[in-house]
Design a protein. Structure first.
Length: 189
């Protein structure tokens, strides 16, 4: 089913029983049977059977999205392989990565793959749980079954079945905001 506003460009091939669109552009892509791509752009990539992409996803060149993968709203992929059954639900960037099967990405995850000079690759094993707002600073390897805690910036490899927690303890400075407003001459609420 091709819905309104769908554009198929170049050597795009779409399998059977797919739903493409509305407002979707596929350029030089191969899409497997039963895939759904909603209001998204996909370029020079493969999207396997049963995958769900969008709305508002951006798949850049050289991606391989596995069977039954979820690439949700405001997710960007670049030069990455995403294993079967993985869920990247929303607001996430996965660039230069090899991601295993059945991985769950929390909202706001970023693979920090560029240092201003070179691009680096990240590997994430099977059955991992990447907590919300995690930064994975490439190159880094997350072993099978590992977890990252929400809000962590991961700079070292994470062993299989481990929990990586990389954030400082919360500090509360009582009265700080009131003192700041007084210093700036602003009225108290």
């Amino acid at each position: 089913l091709l819905l309104p506003g769908t554009i198929l460009r170049g050597n795009t091939v779409v399998g059977e029983n797919c739903e493409i669109g509305p407002n979707t552009m596929l350029t030089d892509c191969t899409v497997g049977d039963g895939a759904v791509i909603n209001s998204s752009q996909c370029n020079e990539s493969t999207i396997e059977s049963g995958a769900h992409v969008g709305p508002f996803a951006y798949i850049r060149p050289n991606c391989h999205v596995g069977r039954n993968v979820k690439v949700g709203d405001f997710v960007e992929l670049k030069n990455s392989t995403i294993g079967e059954g993985t869920k990247i639900a929303h607001l996430t960037y996965v660039g230069d990565a090899d991601v295993g099967h059945r991985v769950n990405f929390g909202c706001g995850t970023v693979l920090v793959n560029y240092d201003g000079n070179r691009k680096y690759r990240t590997t994430i094993g099977d059955d991992c749980f990447i907590g919300c707002n995690t930064n994975l600073v490439s190159p880094v390897h997350v072993g099978d079954g590992a977890y990252t805690a929400a809000g962590s910036t991961i700079t070292d490899d994470v062993p299989a079945d481990a929990l990586a927690l990389a954030r400082t303890k919360q500090t509360v400075k009582e009265g700080w905001a009131a003192r700041r407003r007084a210093l700036l001459g602003k009225k108290e609420k």
